[in-house]
Design a protein around this ligand. Structure first.
Ligand code: PMP
Length: 403
């Protein structure tokens, strides 16, 4: 755990030297978006300082360089996720990826789609709008009721849509079990890996997933780019969602011929500089090692769980086992309704950045609370001491607002 435990990784994140009103700054909002290491910032800048050009359009030197780096980024995503390069479609983010998956499936109003209560709105609304969405009941310990899931599968759904790691509870769903049961029932499996991709090694082909979406900005990369990974056989047969420049080999006024995958899905000029940054983020994660990140996640989660044991008033919405979760901690306090004030006070009086609200997962948050939680989410650059500091700061703020 050298790079992380020695604190060396922190030096790679220029923003960590900043202060808030001349005082300490603690970032605990990585589930919303992660901080960026210098190598990612440099890679984005490189596009502007060295090879500004559109890609896959010109034959001049700068265009070729930019196109090569863009495709290299796709190759890195494929290696990271464990799929073929042509199965990676660049999108703006996870949300666009999941909407694209729904469009690729050609979902009809009465097609049954089975989902889980911890879905983010991006893994809920495209399916609610497109098909007949049914949700699996929650069982004990923040886990879905797999008997109810089996019952829904007997109704032959077209798709099962899963959030691999909840952005509220931090809990991981048993992806392999869910996916195996779905395939036995003839359903396609669509995975929202927006949170899990930053913490776990994904295995798209090995895990027999049909579609998977993620965002670069949650895994140290720039905003404006993410991807939908889809099985080549499904992508080849699907209609493109957007059409325009870059998606056809030729067109007449009467008909056109799509380019091969993935290009048929990438209409218009993409976020080229973001792809450069995405590649640098993957290199950075490889350099540190996802296994080390996970070991550190467990340390951070233990620090939260230990701190919460000593604070019975703070209620945790999520599993209390460090190994079963990412370090994403959603809390609420009975009788304390307005968590916006708490969040603002944590930021302005203590320099702790965290988030409050229903976290774009309203059905889940409403199920367990009176409508709001305060979320502290940590990542590889956070320390156990920061977690302890943030919980002590929260004690002070709660004392003031509970009066
Ligand atoms: N799913 C989950 C689990 C998320 O946490 C998020 C981001 N909060 C999304 C989907 C949507 O990601 P994006 O905003 O990058 O599209």
């Amino acid at each position: 755990n050298d790079l992380i435990t020695s604190g060396a990784v922190r030096e790679d994140f220029p923003i960590l030297t900043r202060q808030v009103d001349g005082e300490r700054f603690v970032y605990l909002d990585s589930a919303a978006t992660a901080l960026k290491p210098r190598s990612v910032i440099d890679a984005v800048t490189r596009y502007y300082t060295e090879c500004t050009a559109n890609i896959h359009r010109g034959r001049h030197r700068l265009s070729e360089e930019a196109s090569d780096l863009y495709e290299e980024a796709r190759g890195k995503v494929a290696l990271m996720v464990g799929c073929a390069s042509n199965e990676v479609i660049f999108t703006r983010n996870t949300t666009e990826g999941l909407n694209l998956a729904a469009a690729c499936m050609g979902l009809k109003k009465d097609d049954l789609v089975v989902g889980f209560l911890d879905a983010h709105h991006s893994q809920l609304l495209p399916w609610m709008r497109g098909g007949n969405y049914q949700v699996v009941r929650q069982g004990p310990n923040w886990k879905p009721d797999l008997d109810h899931y089996a019952e829904l599968l007997r109704r032959k759904p077209k798709a099962v849509v899963v959030t691999h790691c909840s952005n509220v509870t931090g809990g991981y769903l048993p992806l392999e079990t869910i996916s195996k049961m779905a395939h036995e029932a003839g359903a396609l499996v669509v995975v929202d890996a927006a949170q899990s991709a930053a913490h776990l090694r994904l295995r798209f082909t090995e895990s027999n997933i049909d579609f998977l979406a993620l965002s670069a900005h949650k895994m140290l990369g720039p905003s404006g780019i993410g991807c939908l990974v889809g099985k080549a056989s499904l992508l080849r047969d699907a209609e493109a969602f957007l059409v325009g420049g870059g998606v056809v080999d030729y067109t007449t006024l009467e008909s056109f011929q799509y380019r091969k995958i993935p290009h048929k899905f990438e209409a218009g000029t993409p976020a080229i500089e973001a792809a450069f940054g995405f590649a640098a983020a993957i290199d950075y994660l490889d350099m540190v090692g996802l296994e080390r990140i996970q070991a550190h996640d467990h340390e951070l989660s233990k620090a939260f769980l230990d701190g919460l044991k000593r604070r019975p008033k703070l209620r945790l919405l999520g599993p209390d086992v460090a190994e079963a979760r990412a370090p994403i901690f959603s809390l609420y306090v009975d009788g304390l309704e307005d968590l916006s004030d708490v969040s603002r006070a944590l930021s302005d009086a203590h320099g702790v950045m965290c988030r409050n609200g229903h976290l774009c997962a309203q059905p889940l948050v409403d199920h367990y609370t009176s409508g709001e939680v305060l979320r502290m989410s940590a990542y590889l650059y956070n320390t156990v001491e920061e977690v302890e500091y943030a919980l002590s700061a929260l004690d002070e703020v709660v004392r003031v607002y509970q009066r």
